[in-house]
Ligand binder design. Structure first.
Ligand code: PEP
Ligand code: MG
Length: 552
């Protein structure tokens, strides 16, 4: 038995046979051409064919994995319209009298090198897309047929890395799991695996070899371990783990419509975090009591220009209508740091996480902020809306926000546009400053939502984007748990509610602590709603003081 260690990016146990996916290595020759005009024409035809293939792939992906995941093929089509890329290919053909395959290959190398050297992780990951479209162009220049399906029944797909067009062409019903030598948690393979609920392990390193093709394997997407030719003991352990997991999921379905209540009678709200309309299905499927965090910046990130008031209004209205009177908390635009948007034209910063981001950008650009607030207030009549503001560090910021909100309300009133009179407004507690003055801030708002992802990064001084710092990151650090307790206590002293919307809210080892300090709400990813409900229904918290002491 051989064991590979990587990172589990989509939970579950996959048991099957290795199907090693090897990208066809197309040998590209450097050939002198007599007629560069004819060669350019040949390139343009291959480009047309490539675009139409990408259109078909988009339609296929749209049906199978939804709009958000299909969008990559629209981006690929746009890349084939990129004038720098096209000029580079055609220049090489014309100025050096060289063949189109070679020109595409050189252009691909230059562009991938340029993207790989970029600071921004998202842009670095785009180099895989350049390789993908270039390989497709070359395939069409060489008149090679499309490799339509690389899967077999119960395959565990092994690959050095997978590009989106390869993943989408696979027959999903036959794939048991994915395992790649490279890749990151944000790679498209990881994102697709999570959307499709298929176990996936990435980053196993160069030990992942073609020799494993056809061998029996087990991929544990929870622990990130992959077993090749597993021995009987491992096999039976993994089969048990898989069966336990399946049974657990089935049993959890019985918890739908049940209360989030401890055996001693304490209740808590479980809401869900979403990034957009596509996540609503799983919010309803998992019976979340509301939406505790709608990361509205995804509306901006998905768009190539500022989304206008109407577009935003339609989106918020749809979420509110779908949730049919249940609470929907929309967080206003939280960009900057890792979430960069070209059309905002933000300056490059030395320390972006400590820079111009979130509410700072909104307050410095009230015109942009007002578009979002107008859309939210207009949508408020369609359900139970809450609005919260990210990265707050002072009372003054809240006062400035209130002033802008009152201008928005007056504008709407004078135009006769209706809006709800009881919209809760709250703030995210995600900076140490906001915790320290939470007694003062609580007097100005209706609720606190604790953003532990940023609170951990700023309290422990650990960049959340840097995977090498993960080993230093003790998410149960007393400093963090004490901060959460302080914020919740100060909320309650001022008669407002406090929830947690950061990832720590779904850490089941901390559920008893969160209950003991009286947290009112936990907002978690939709798939964690039922496991958390189960945990709460089995957690005794009679001895609150003892529980709290144990943690802090
Ligand atoms: C957080 O910081 O915990 C949070 C929920 O916000 P985000 O992860 O979007 O920064
Ligand atoms: Mg945050």
């Amino acid at each position: 038995m051989k064991i590979l260690h990587g990172k589990g990016v989509s939970g579950g146990i996959a048991i099957g046979r290795v199907k090693f996916h090897k990208r066809e290595n197309m040998l590209i020759k450097r050939i002198h051409v007599e007629n560069p005009e004819k060669e350019t024409e040949r390139f343009r035809k291959a480009r047309e064919i490539t675009i139409s293939e990408l259109k078909n792939l988009y339609e296929k992906a749209l049906k199978e994995v939804g709009k958000a995941n299909a969008q990559i093929f629209e981006i690929h089509q746009m890349m084939l319209d990129d004038s720098d890329y096209l000029e580079s290919v055609e220049n090489i053909i014309r100025s050096q009298n060289l063949n189109a395959e070679y020109a595409v290959s050189v252009t691909c190398d230059n562009f991938t090198e340029m993207f790989s050297a970029m600071d921004n992780e998202y842009m670095r990951e785009r180099s895989a897309d350049i390789k993908d479209i270039s390989a497709r162009l070359i395939k069409n220049l060489m008149n090679k047929p499309e490799n339509t399906d690389i899967t077999e029944k119960n395959s565990i797909i092994f690959a050095v890395d997978l590009v989106p067009s390869e993943t989408v062409q696979m027959n999903k019903s036959e794939i048991a799991g994915f395992c790649t030598a490279e890749g990151s948690a944000n790679s498209h393979t990881a994102i697709l695996a999570r959307t499709m609920n298929i176990p996936a392990v990435i980053g196993t390193g160069s030990e992942l070899s073609e020799e494993f093709d056809g061998m029996e394997a087990i991929a544990d997407g929870f622990s990130g371990t992959v077993y090749i030719n597993p021995d009987e003991k491992t096999k039976s352990e993994m089969l048990k783990k898989r069966d336990d997991e399946l049974l657990k999921r089935k049993l959890l379905q019985n918890l739908k419509d049940k209360e989030n209540i401890t055996p001693d009678g304490q209740k808590i709200n479980i809401y869900a975090n979403i990034g957009g309309l596509n996540d609503l299905g799983s919010v309803l499927e998992n019976d979340a009591g509301g939406i505790g965090l709608f990361r509205s910046e995804f509306l901006y990130l998905e768009s190539s220009d500022f989304p206008d008031e109407e577009t935003q209004f339609r989106c918020y209205k749809k979420v509110l209508e779908c949730m049919a009177g249940k609470k929907v908390i929309v967080r206003t635009l939280d960009i900057g740091a890792d979430k960069q948007i070209d059309y905002f034209k933000l300056k490059k910063e030395e320390n972006p996480a400590l820079g111009f981001r979130a509410v700072r950008i909104c307050l410095a650009n009230p015109d942009i902020f007002k578009v979002q607030l107008r859309a939210l207030y207009r949508a408020s009549v369609f359900g139970n809306l809450g609005i919260m503001f990210p990265m707050i560090i002072s009372c003054d910021e809240i006062l400035q926000i209130k002033k802008i909100i009152s201008e928005v309300k007056n504008e709407l009133k004078s135009s006769g546009i209706p809006f709800s009179s009881d919209i809760e407004t709250g703030i995210m507690i995600e900076t140490p400053a906001s915790v320290m003055i939470s007694d003062i801030l609580a007097k100005e708002v209706d609720f606190f939502s604790i953003g532990t992802n940023d609170l951990i990064q700023y309290t422990l001084a650990l960049d959340r984007q840097n995977p090498e710092l993960e080993k230093f990151c003790d998410t149960h650090h007393k400093a963090i748990l004490r901060m959460i307790k302080t914020a919740v206590e100060n909320a309650h002293k001022n008669n407002i509610w406090a929830g947690i919307c950061g990832e720590l809210g779904s850490d089941l080892e901390l559920t008893e602590f969160f209950l003991a300090i009286g947290t009112d709400e936990l907002s978690v990813s939709p798939s964690m709603v039922l496991p958390l409900r189960e945990k709460i229904r089995n957690t005794h918290i009679e001895n609150k003081e003892d529980i709290i002491k144990k943690f802090i």
